[in-house]
Design a protein around this ligand. Structure first.
Ligand code: ZN
Length: 327
């Protein structure tokens, strides 16, 4: 046995030498043929999770935003800016979610490719406030000139919460990976197709469950569920704005309380990364219960350890929606 192993080893070494020699002879082969994984950065959690699904063991993907951070408050650190150059590809969500100006500057990126995964998806307008009439659109244009928080007013960035648009984002990630690493194109495409099938199933389960719901109004803390509500014909009433740090006025609070009372809303939704104080206040005022509706903007380190991901959290969301929307 020993003998055979030794012979095997010698043969392997010979083969390795031959390959090396052959490698030297071919001028066209670049040094890239090393078996190293493709290094990728993703800014926020949904992009990170989708990239993991598509990239599998061919990529090494890291999330720039720390676990548990809220993307609306997040900004890339000086260290993030420095380490970007060590990657081949940076995937960011876009649609106004994360502040990427610094990351995308030419000196920072140099030869790193940056891809906006939400590109091409038709975006919903930003904050509508309580009035959904046309007047508020004119107000938006006015806000644009003065508002320092661009992402709060121009477009609604929460595209990934619609399982149909999520499929488009997965496709964009597969394309980006294939472009940077064409040798593994088939692998990325296959993984993307497999994951898209999961999203198709998720969408169909949402359709089936929510079509039977006895209610259509969801009371959320920050209005992250616009795309989801539109897809499944729900009405979202937000306590805060598009970003969770926008405090509601007393008038807004009173209106939400009023709405909950007249519609006998059973549950108020809160989020894991945002203080439940406001949701709790409204629940107490109206006698409603509290349930989690997670915008999957990020997961806590604990949730990641438990093996939670986009699909599992979206299924938890569906279970809670089903519970809250019973007649
Ligand atoms: Zn958000």
């Amino acid at each position: 046995m020993r003998h055979i192993t030794r012979i095997g080893l010698v043969l392997l070494l010979c083969a390795a030498v031959l390959v090396t020699l052959a490698g030297c002879g071919t001028k066209t082969k670049s040094t890239q043929s090393a078996p190293d994984k493709l290094k990728v950065f993703a800014t926020v959690y949904p992009v990170y999770d989708f990239a993991r699904q598509v990239g599998g063991d061919k990529i090494e993907v890291a999330m720039l935003m720390p676990p548990g951070a809220e993307p609306h408050d997040w900004e890339p650190t000086a260290q993030d800016i420095v380490k970007i150059k060590s990657a081949k590809l940076v995937l960011y969500h876009g649609a106004g979610l994360e502040p990427v100006d610094k990351l995308l500057s030419k000196d920072v990126l140099a030869t790193v490719k940056a891809v906006e995964v939400s590109k091409g998806i038709p975006l919903l307008a930003g904050e509508e406030d309580e009035d959904e009439d046309e007047a508020s659109h004119q107000q938006h244009d006015k806000d644009k000139q003065t508002d320092q928080h661009k992402h709060e007013s121009e477009t609604d960035p929460h595209v990934w919460l619609d399982p149909v648009y999520a499929q488009q984002e997965v496709k964009a990630i597969a394309e980006a990976l294939s472009e940077v690493d064409p040798a593994n194109k088939d692998y990325y495409q296959k993984n993307a197709e497999r994951f898209i099938q999961e999203l198709v199933k998720l969408d169909s389960d949402y359709q089936t469950t929510l079509s039977k719901a006895g209610r259509r109004d969801i009371i959320t803390t920050h209005i992250a569920f616009g795309y989801l509500a539109k897809r499944y014909n729900l009405e979202q009433i937000g306590i805060m704005g598009l970003a969770p740090d926008s405090e509601p006025t007393a008038d807004k609070m009173a209106k939400v309380v009023d709405f909950c009372r007249t519609h006998q809303v059973k549950y108020i939704f809160f989020e894991t990364l945002v203080s439940p104080k406001l949701a709790d206040t409204i629940a107490k005022e109206t006698g409603a219960g509290l349930l989690v509706l997670n915008p999957v903007e990020n997961l806590t380190a604990e949730e990641m350890k438990q093996g939670k991901d986009y699909l599992s959290v979206m299924r938890e969301n569906l279970a809670n929606l089903e519970k809250a929307l019973q007649k």
